[in-house]
Ligand binder design. Structure first.
Ligand code: ZN
Length: 603
């Protein structure tokens, strides 16, 4: 294509944006000028612009390495919509299409070529690139090169040869993974020691974090989903069974939901994933098998119906929400059974003891996040070595501050009850003893003769459950996997001896957390604009269906929202809407304008 050469002009003409976001412009200008770069931006920060723009500004074709076929397909489709000549070469490409790619490449007409890493390093690929002008190499999901990263792929190691094979061609490595060890590894493995490193905060300010104590989980989930009518989102469950049961139940409750887990056939999985990508309002209930390479920008919520494995996993999974920068929610429901289940998974796993120790530490860090009365965002970012002042205003702790209380006496009573009953009983019986209940079990074991019997009447059943859950999260109480019997942890002694004070968070009444304030914030549009937005969304769905592409490939929700609020009346005005570049204005301008006028007349 005959693109203007200044990056800012290309940004406007092709992508329809008049401004860069964050450090995008620095990266773009650096790479356009021929520099190497390492880009560490969180999901949703607009990483792809960082190589797509230099690809268009520089002569030649840009080679983009990506491990995920679905992601390549979407990106190429979105670029084509914007009038960019992009193509992909991977195992799913038919021979005739591959021949077309080859011809376009040789004719110098291709702007971007997406390839799988294993293909890039083959002799055949090098032959093909003989005499072809290369604008740059972009290595996406660069953490795959590192064994420390969460998704190591050995074929990424081979990419180190790019530097020697194509000297002088700029390289840009991109990832959303924070860990400093992984970062150093990427630089070393890919030979990017002299590259400029661009980092930005890993905060996702448009995501609201909420973690609730499990009480009546299905009702809690239902109440949460009620404020996401018309939205798409993901509900994560730990087991395949729970995925299937939850999806069935949601459908009965009138919420369209589809399951996704590794136990399903590949065809069923793909069909459900496609439906999720293509529909505007669908709840995908999934195990963590789902999510890698899902680039759907308008996922409005991610709900964890079970505890994830670590803060890293939680951050990554919740990070799939709100990639378009609009408000999104991360919601988790958590209880004592999760702790037992997760600990069991670690203990009974086949990993060496060394790895198990790390997994236990990671789980403990996550439990501390669940139980903290402090700002959730601050706690998450601190885990990644980033300082945040807290009081973010967009997490449950900030929105509905929790009380804390000195629970040292309660902790001692609860632990004494566990100890005095022989560390052989589960939470229910321990609470019965604390509350002085004359149950059969109490009589059978003469636990009413124990000095702690009835000593806990100052608190109610729920409070004792909360105490035992928090003691378990703190590691002061451990739970026997087989029978659920409670034991004292090694550190319990310090509490008995008065050397350690215990502060608990006070569980909130559920209703206060679930409802207030969220709805208007979620809608975010004045009533008049909302109906316009819905009409535009319907038009977009029609366009997308006709072409067999996901709606967000046609344009993002952010673009439709801007149309609904700014209400352009001419093509020229429509062209000023962010996300409407020259190609999209030509292709869809008339259709969207017709909707805007129709709603005008109706009003
Ligand atoms: Zn906060």
């Amino acid at each position: 294509m005959t693109a203007p050469r200044d990056p800012a002009d290309i940004l406007k003409a092709v992508f329809g944006h008049s401004e860069f976001r964050g450090q995008q412009e620095d990266v773009v200008r650096h790479v356009t000028a021929g520099g190497d770069a390492v880009v560490l931006f969180p999901t949703g920060a607009g990483k792809s612009i960082c190589y797509q723009l230099p690809a268009l500004a520089r002569p030649g074709v840009a080679i983009v390495v990506s491990p995920l076929i679905a992601l390549m397909r979407d990106q190429v489709e979105a670029l084509k919509q914007a009038g960019v000549n992009a193509a992909t070469l991977n195992s799913s490409v038919a021979p005739e299409e591959a021949r077309w790619v080859y011809r376009e490449l040789k004719a110098g007409r291709l702007d971007l070529l997406y390839v799988a890493p294993e293909r890039l390093v083959t002799p055949g690929f090098k032959d093909m690139m003989q005499g072809v002008d290369i604008a740059l190499f972009a290595i996406d999901e660069a953490h795959c090169v590192s064994q420390w990263g969460h998704d190591f792929r050995p074929e990424y190691r081979e990419l180190a040869s790019i530097r020697a094979d194509y000297p002088g061609v700029p390289r840009i490595a991109l990832t959303a993974t924070a860990d400093p060890t992984t970062q150093a590894d990427i630089i070393e493995r890919l030979g990017l020691e002299t590259a400029r490193v661009f980092t930005s905060s890993f905060d996702r300010p448009n995501i609201r974090y909420t973690i609730v104590e499990r009480d009546n989980p299905r009702q809690q989930l239902k109440a949460f989903l009620a404020r996401h009518k018309g939205n798409s989102g993901i509900v994560y469950c730990l087991s395949r069974n729970k995925v299937d049961e939850t999806a069935q139940w949601l459908n009965k409750e009138g919420i369209r939901a589809l399951p996704y887990h590794a136990g399903m056939s590949a065809a069923d999985r793909e069909a459900n994933q496609d439906a999720f990508l293509r529909e505007d309002s669908l709840c995908l209930v999934a195990t963590v098998a789902f999510g890698m390479g899902i680039d759907k920008p308008d996922v409005r919520y991610v709900a964890h119906f079970d505890l994830p494995s670590s803060i890293e996993a939680y951050y990554q999974e919740t990070g799939r929400a709100g990639r378009d920068g609009l408000f999104a929610e991360a919601w988790m429901c958590y209880g004592m059974s999760d702790v037992v289940q997760r600990r069991r998974m670690i203990d009974e796993g086949n990993a060496p003891e060394e790895i198990k120790r790390i997994e236990r530490q990671k789980l403990n860090a996550l439990l501390a996040l669940c139980e903290t009365p402090d700002c959730r965002r601050k706690t998450i970012l601190k885990h990644f070595g980033e300082d945040h002042p807290g009081h973010c205003g967009e997490c449950d702790s900030c929105l509905y501050p929790v009380d804390t209380w000195d629970g040292t006496d309660a902790a001692i009573k609860a632990m004494a009850a566990i100890y005095r009953t022989g560390q052989r009983f589960g939470a229910l019986h321990v609470i019965d003893v604390l509350l002085g209940r004359d149950t059969e079990k109490v009589k059978d074991f003469s636990h009413d003769k124990q000095p702690v019997f009835g000593e806990g009447r100052d608190l109610d059943q729920k409070s004792w459950q909360s105490v035992l859950r928090q003691l378990t999260a703190l590691g002061l109480v451990t739970v026997d996997h087989t029978y659920g019997a409670l034991h004292l942890g090694a550190e319990a002694r310090a509490v008995f001896k008065g050397e350690r004070r215990i502060v608990f968070r006070r569980d909130r009444p559920r209703k206060a957390v679930e409802t207030r304030r969220s709805l208007e914030r979620l809608a975010g549009l004045p009533e008049a604009a909302q109906s316009l937005f819905d009409a535009l969304r319907a038009e977009r769905a029609k366009i997308a269906r006709a072409q067999g592409v996901p709606p967000y490939v046609v344009c993002h929700d952010t673009t439709l929202r801007a149309m609904a609020t700014d209400h352009p009346r001419t093509l020229a005005e429509l062209g000023t809407i962010p996300g409407i570049g020259e190609s999209k204005l030509k292709r869809y301008g008339a259709e969207f304008l017709a909707v805007l006028q129709r709603v005008d007349l109706a009003a």
